[in-house]
Design a binder for this molecule. Sequence first.
Ligand SMILES: O=C(O)CCC(=O)C(=O)O
Ligand SMILES: [Fe+2]
Length: 296
Amino acid sequence: MCTVTATDDCSNDKYMESFKLYRRLSPINCLDLSYSPSTHQEYFQRVISPTSTEIIDNLTCTNLGLIPLNQWEMYHCTHCPTDGLYIISNPFTQEGQQQWIKKCLNDYPTNQKYLSNLPEHVDRSPLFNDKLRWLTLGYHYDWTQKTYSKQNYTPLPEDLELLSKIIIQKFNPTEKYYYPEAVIVNYYHLNSTLCGHTDHSEENLDRPLISISFGNIGIFLIGGQDKSIEPIPMRLNSGDIVIMTKQTRLAYHGIPKIIEDNSLSKILKNSDDEKWSQYWNYISKNRININIRQVY
Ligand SMILES: O=C(O)CCC(=O)C(=O)O
Ligand SMILES: [Fe+2]
């Protein structure tokens, strides 16, 4: 994703200019300049969507680590260069975030059915191997060919499938044909970056893309459908969910910077589970992103 091809025109690459700027900036300056619904109300419009609590009851939400749907705070980013960027401010409970973090650090990487950047038969848990960068679940993305194939498929965990369906139901109750089919779990160290790219390999680009963040703060740089458009920096906190739809579904985006979140210990450090401390040690120094797409 980070390669420059012969056809790329770098002469008017405002995306790259901003990416380099945020990469270089100090954490304090990055935080000062990046937008979130709590710090820049003027750039976000609260969206109130009616949700059918008959279909999704509070028990289902609790089991998935979510607060009740009528308490979710969803915002339309009105300042994004393209229309269609939404953010749901952390709708997870403390235990809920911890439950999903554990799945990403233990259940998914240790299940050899899922593919990763690591060779087979090594210990893939990021708790013991700091080389894990990504895992794919569902239709596995072929990073070289930049394609999915119907033959290369591992069913998604049922709870992850349900989580994404609930997010889309809340986002748009009329969205009847949403099927989560491909998931990439990204693992970031504090000095990792993800270069600007568009996610265009899915056959069906009409369905929204969901992106869930856990752990330290990600500066999410989101631009337009070509790199000449100046991007804006958004601050993604632990638990925040981004939805990319309409024109934003094909907009350039990336992560130039991860910033240590000093308030993370207040929300994630403590747990009744005595095994949690090893997960805390990881998540206090890293960031995880779960990226969910419909392919067909
Ligand atoms: O880490 C993020 O927030 C973004 C990840 C992403 O854009 C991707 O996996 O395609
Ligand atoms: Fe992406």
